[in-house]
Ligand binder design. Structure first.
Ligand code: FMN
Length: 87
């Protein structure tokens, strides 16, 4: 299952994301790009495709309302399970 290599990278991204947030660091995943252009700029050898382009940094603010919700993309959904309490 060669695709497990990509799965493992995404798993690490998730772990990094949780660890970063615990340290007050925000993570952004940039996927609106041309991956082959990034691979070219980085000089990535054949067989090493771009899997994740991440930006990490200390945010200037932590807005109460998520950015995409504020921009009118979609309203937030209730966290029903959280509100009902975990078993
Ligand atoms: C797979 C994936 C791809 C994403 N691609 C983009 C992207 O191209 N542009 C963007 O602005 N946000 C993208 N995001 C969202 C941000 O990386 C990030 O999740 C968001 O800014 C976090 O906002 P929040 O802290 O308000 O929830 C992507 C998220 C994921 C999980």
């Amino acid at each position: 299952m060669p695709e497990t290599l990509a799965h493992s990278v995404v798993l690490v991204v998730g772990d990094l994301w949780i660890a970063a947030r615990a340290e007050g660091i925000e993570v952004g995943w940039v996927s609106l790009l041309h991956p082959e252009e990034v691979e070219r700029l980085l000089g990535a050898p054949p067989g090493y495709p771009l899997l994740a382009y991440l930006c990490l940094g200390y945010p200037k603010a932590w807005p109460e309302e998520p950015l995409l919700q504020r921009a009118g993309w979609r309203p937030g959904a209730p966290l029903r399970r959280y509100q009902q309490g975990f078993p």
